[in-house]
Write a protein that binds this ligand. Sequence first.
Ligand SMILES: *[C@@H]1O[C@H](CO)[C@@H](O)[C@H](O)[C@H]1NC(C)=O
Ligand SMILES: *[C@@H]1O[C@H](CO)[C@@H](O)[C@H](O)[C@H]1NC(C)=O
Ligand SMILES: *[C@@H]1O[C@H](CO)[C@@H](O)[C@H](O)[C@H]1NC(C)=O
Ligand SMILES: *[C@@H]1O[C@H](CO)[C@@H](O)[C@H](O)[C@H]1NC(C)=O
Ligand SMILES: *[C@@H]1O[C@H](CO)[C@@H](O)[C@H](O)[C@H]1NC(C)=O
Length: 449
Amino acid sequence: MATAANRLLFLLCTTNLLVLLSTSAAGATTDLDIRVDLIHVDAHRNLTLLERLQRAIHRGSNRFMSLRQGSTKGINGTGMNQSNIQSPVHTGSGEFLMNLAIGTPPLPFLAIVDTGSDLIWTQCSPCTNCFTQSSPIFDPSNSSSFSKLPCSSPLCSALPSSTCTPDCAYLYTYGDSSTTQGILGSETFTFGSDNKTVSVDKIGFGCGEDNEGNGFKQAAGLVGLGRGPLSLISQVGSSLYKQFSYCLTSIDDADMKTSRLIFGSAAVPKNLNDSKVAVTTPMVVNDAHPSFYYLELKGISVGGKRLRIPRSVFRLNPDGTGGLIIDSGTTMTYLEAAAYRQMRKAFIKGIDLPVADSSAVGLDLCFTSPSTAKTVEVPALTFHFQGGHLDLPGNNYFILDDSTGLFCLAMMPSSGMSILGNIQQQNFHILYDLHKNMVTFTPAQCDQL
Ligand SMILES: *[C@@H]1O[C@H](CO)[C@@H](O)[C@H](O)[C@H]1NC(C)=O
Ligand SMILES: *[C@@H]1O[C@H](CO)[C@@H](O)[C@H](O)[C@H]1NC(C)=O
Ligand SMILES: *[C@@H]1O[C@H](CO)[C@@H](O)[C@H](O)[C@H]1NC(C)=O
Ligand SMILES: *[C@@H]1O[C@H](CO)[C@@H](O)[C@H](O)[C@H]1NC(C)=O
Ligand SMILES: *[C@@H]1O[C@H](CO)[C@@H](O)[C@H](O)[C@H]1NC(C)=O
């Protein structure tokens, strides 16, 4: 589809950068099919596009630092210290929240959804140190389905840091130095909404009695969706259905459409096998970051023309640096600077608008859009993954800020690793198949899934 002449019509109808996602979930077809709504962290807040972008950039760069801190070697400039290496570090706060409930009777709470870490946890009373949460704090003594997991359990062994007290006491550290500490328990978790809920028992989770960190405060805990044994996806379903998918609605939508997260057989998009629309690429394992979903990016085309990026730029190095991860918790894509610079140059050449001072927005590349224009042509953008070429819709990489008239690239340069962020993933139904170790992108209207 991407040829040299191929240009996308980009509609400048993006009045507000607004992602409000919530309510309703239904239609599970088998026992372990779980559908939940994803709520954007900035939903229900009265923010302008500029404010939303700035908040997202701030969160994105914090998270980027967190992700990079987790690497073991060779990363420069993050203030990383060898002493960090002793305790494995995970990512932290994300961009999306989900509702779920814990225990019997079920106690609802809101959790951060994070593909960059594994542990599922919620604050537990009695607390030594809990932050304020909007729902009551879970009290294990109130639940008939709670039990402590013994130190001999495989999940206790899977913890990066634990001691036998004689309970399985854990410490889980995130990249921004936030932590949760408590004991590992087993509980029934209930997913979905009033009209259709699914309960899954015996899920190992962190009963967090000492929880410290600013990133957590929008929720009452966290649901890890990473690749390790402690994550929700590793704990639910049969090995044949170790899969989940999500579909993020456009961050431009003024009308607050719902994003989805789906587990089980329902996670598979209908057109999975249609090679005309589905792009499937293998997941790569990085032993230095076993929780992360690495993809193999081979190159990038702008306007149908392959950029001259050395293959080593996106390579995952033996020391654990480099590579590209797909992440639910980073808003914008970060590309290794050597590749980013090529792409930036190609956009400046291909877009017939003056380059603007983008320092107010905090983005790297913006153009001044003509006030009368309703559409701007932008060169097509293709990510060449191992096994498939992903063509991105124009509004997955350019964003218009009405208040300033700036027309900006929603990607940033990085060094040490690259991240495929949420804006670039929007309006794709993205399947993570942990059985086949594949990720599949299919174009979708996410609010209609
Ligand atoms: C939202 O913010 C705008 C601009 O700051 C303000 O004019 C408007 O009254 C606010 N609306 C609400 C519901 O707070
Ligand atoms: C580390 O970063 C600094 C600037 O932040 C730079 O001057 C230096 O060359 C970098 N070192 C390496 C080894 O990349
Ligand atoms: C690195 O860790 C050592 C020992 O814990 C500490 O003395 C030093 O201040 C740390 N350096 C930085 C830059 O954090
Ligand atoms: C725990 O149970 C008691 C007695 O049934 C009840 O009053 C209290 O609200 C419950 N607390 C929570 C957090 O569910
Ligand atoms: C895709 O193809 C595989 C192998 O032929 C088949 O098992 C699977 O059911 C197909 N999936 C869909 C969604 O069509």
